[in-house]
Ligand binder design. Structure first.
Ligand code: XMP
Length: 318
């Protein structure tokens, strides 16, 4: 019978056999899958696993620094690459969702490839692909997530990298990945993290992206997510986040009329992201969060809560 312990034992043995003394490169995202994959491979080959964690400037507040620290504490051989400025520059003026995904996917590959070239004689590219990703990339109809996933998460590496691929989690479902992670002693908080899209805030800032909009959304998202954690709601929700709308709305502050941004809060229940229901968060929580955001985040004067389920609405707004 399958147990997380037996999976770890056999997989580590298989990886040792398969990889020998070869060098392997892996892109860490801060998510559950890449973290569990890295930990497994690191157990098998130690420092011959070279992890790269790219900051695309579209991550949650303090995410890059915090997660990089965590990876180092876990003993992973990881290099953090802050490419925020490059991503922002390349995204300048682009407001089409697919256009933004393409730019983010391309720049990620360029940055990753530059870093991979720094490692002499690397033979393998490791990926945290899980079973549903395999299915999705086979059956994909070319929807938004499929497009980026073909670049970003599954299989499709650029020709010039010429690396063999190793995907130790590609037979597992998400809950099994979490159990495997737990059995290797990975921090429960890390394993319980909500899914976060590869293009990050790039698709949660509707329309074009600027440094100021990223700052605003980071603050809003942080208040919302921290609030969910403080109130014991985070683990009851499958995924939550905020979107910054490309509209201004009128408000008042004291005697002044304001004309500032509106943000959306979204929290959903789901098992696989294919369908999702909006979560009936307590009114008091919404009220408190809305006040904190409007009082605390410069440039935002309106908060709305998304009560749309998937289908027909998607989880992301872009
Ligand atoms: P949708 O918006 O399609 O999202 O209902 C379903 C799940 O996929 C995530 N998502 C993405 N993940 N690249 C990713 O890596 C993408 O381009 C992308 N688009 C959506 C979304 O966060 C949700 O978990």
């Amino acid at each position: 019978t399958w147990t997380p312990d037996s999976f770890v034992e056999t997989t580590v043995a298989e990886l040792k056999e398969k990889l020998g003394d070869d060098k392997v490169v892996l892109g860490l995202s801060g998510g559950v899958d890449s973290t569990v994959a890295a930990t497994l491979i690191s157990k098998a080959i130690g420092k011959n696993l070279y992890c790269i964690f790219v900051n695309n400037g579209l991550l949650r507040k303090n995410e890059f620094e915090n997660v990089l620290d965590q990876y180092k504490h876990m003993g992973l051989n990881v290099k953090g690459v802050d490419a925020s400025a490059r991503f922002l520059k390349e995204l300048e003026g682009e407001s089409d969702p697919e256009g933004k995904r393409k730019i983010i996917g391309r720049v990620f590959i360029e940055v990753f490839d530059d870093e991979a070239h720094e490692i002499q004689n690397v033979k393998w590219l490791a990926q945290g692909t899980i079973y549903p990703d395999v299915i999705e990339s086979v059956s994909a109809t070319g929807g938004p997530s499929a497009t980026i996933k073909s670049h970003h998460n599954v299989g499709g590496l650029p020709d010039f990298m010429k690396l063999k691929i190793v995907e130790p989690l590609n037979t597992l479902f998400k809950d099994e990945v979490r159990r495997v992670g737990k059995s290797m002693g990975i921090d429960a908080e890390l394993l319980g993290r909500h899914p976060f899209p590869g293009p990050g805030f790039g698709i949660r800032i509707l329309g074009d992206i600027t440094a100021e909009k990223v700052r605003m959304l980071q603050e809003v998202d942080h208040i919302f997510i921290q609030g969910l954690k403080d109130e014991g709601l985070y683990n009851k929700v499958w995924q939550a986040g905020a979107m910054l709308l490309p509209v201004n709305s009128v408000g008042v502050m004291g005697d002044e009329r304001t004309y500032e941004k509106a943000v959306v809060l979204r929290a959903v229940e789901s098992t696989d992201g294919m369908t999702a229901d909006w979560v009936n968060l307590p009114y008091e929580f919404l009220q408190k969060t809305s006040n904190k955001i409007i009082n605390g985040v410069k440039g935002v004067n309106r908060v709305v809560y998304d009560i749309s389920s998937k289908p027909p609405a998607t989880i992301e707004w872009e």
